[in-house]
Write a protein that binds this ligand. Structure first.
Ligand SMILES: Nc1ncnc2c1ncn2[C@@H]1O[C@H](COP(=O)(O)OP(=O)(O)OP(=O)(O)O)[C@@H](O)[C@H]1O
Ligand SMILES: [Mg+2]
Length: 300
């Protein structure tokens, strides 16, 4: 492993020409809208296109990524922070070679790391940066300090909502907090669990209009929608990814389109890649509460 001074120098000075990975966070205002399913299956689709993908499980909810894929981690990020093992020792390997950091039980502390712990984590993550194209973070729901911590450090914030009015208002509330309190201007939107493409388009339009009207300069890139498909909960019960079990289903095809769109609308490489993420992790003092509630709602 490289020495810490080398890592810090490289992160803060920048200026080398490597192709750094993109860091995406997948987030939502309301819980249970399909983030973890999307993260897992999106990671597998990207890996099927020869991309190297690292998934960070930052979700405090019950549906953790390792459980969804039937993996049993021996250690998690808490053990790394306590110096009991290295990050590479806790990485799990999922379908198509995706790498997973099973962080769920230690993630609460990530927003409050000591400088020494931050250096330890940055140094560990830096170890991977030449070897991955995408890092996808499953943030969990709501506007807790932890969720904000990852959303403000990521290059792209993918907001997931469904057609339920509460999910739409909570998505708006999350975007509003990220815009007004943290200065995030660009968002991507995935509408999940819709009865038709028309419903997906209507939800996206509603959210776009309300953001334009009340937040002005927020840019919302609509990546697409995913239909309701009862084989998705079935696959979760069987601890399998739906894109593997049902490669030709409408849900898989629509998620493939979303992934294509994601690839073809990549953001400015200088802001938000892994180096940027690490820098933000180091410098960020994120405002907000430690409340890890699963729903937010707010007036316009
Ligand atoms: N398109 C879909 N069609 C049918 N069911 C779906 C769809 N997407 C997700 N689900 C189901 O919704 C439930 C919640 O999904 P998931 O755990 O991925 O949501 P989440 O947003 O990660 O939840 P949490 O906020 O608790 O972390 C699961 O039972 C899943 O099978
Ligand atoms: Mg989840």
């Amino acid at each position: 492993m490289k020495d810490q001074a080398h890592t810090l120098r490289r992160i803060f000075e920048g200026g080398d020409s490597r192709n750094y990975p993109q860091v995406l966070s997948v987030t939502s205002g309301k819980g249970g809208v399909g983030k973890t399913s999307i993260v897992v299956n999106m990671a597998i689709l990207l890996a099927s296109k020869e991309k190297k993908v690292l998934v960070l499980d930052a979700d405090l909810g019950l549906a953790n990524i390792d459980v969804m894929l039937g993996l049993t981690p021996k250690y998690n990020i808490q053990h790394v922070l306590e110096g009991q093992c290295l990050l590479e020792d806790i990485i799990l390997e999922g379908p198509k070679g995706i790498k997973i950091i099973p962080a769920s039980s230690g993630i609460q502390e990530l927003a409050d790391l000591t400088p020494e712990q931050k250096i330890c984590l940055m140094n560990s993550l830096d170890y991977f940066d030449q070897d991955i194209d995408y890092m996808i973070i499953d943030t969990g729901a709501g506007i807790s300090k932890n969720v904000m911590y990852f959303n403000t450090a990521a290059q792209r914030v993918l907001v997931v909502c469904t057609g339920e009015p509460t999910s739409i208002t909570d998505a708006y509330a999350l975007i509003k907090v990220l815009r007004k309190q943290y200065g995030v201007k660009h968002f991507d939107l995935i509408v999940n669990n819709v009865s038709s493409k028309v419903e997906g388009d209507q939800v996206a339009r509603k959210l776009t209009l309300v953001c334009e009207r009340f937040l002005g300069d927020v840019a919302l890139e609509v990546l697409g929608s995913i239909p309701t498909d009862m084989s998705i909960p079935e696959c979760i019960k069987g601890q399998k990814a739906f894109v593997g079990v049902h490669p030709n289903s409408e849900a898989t095809v629509r998620l493939e389109r979303i992934v294509n769109r994601l690839e073809h609308t990549s953001r400015d490489a200088d802001t938000g890649n892994l180096q940027f993420f690490l820098r933000r992790m180091f410098l960020n003092q994120v405002k907000g509460s430690n409340h890890a509630g699963h729903s937010v709602s707010g007036s316009y």
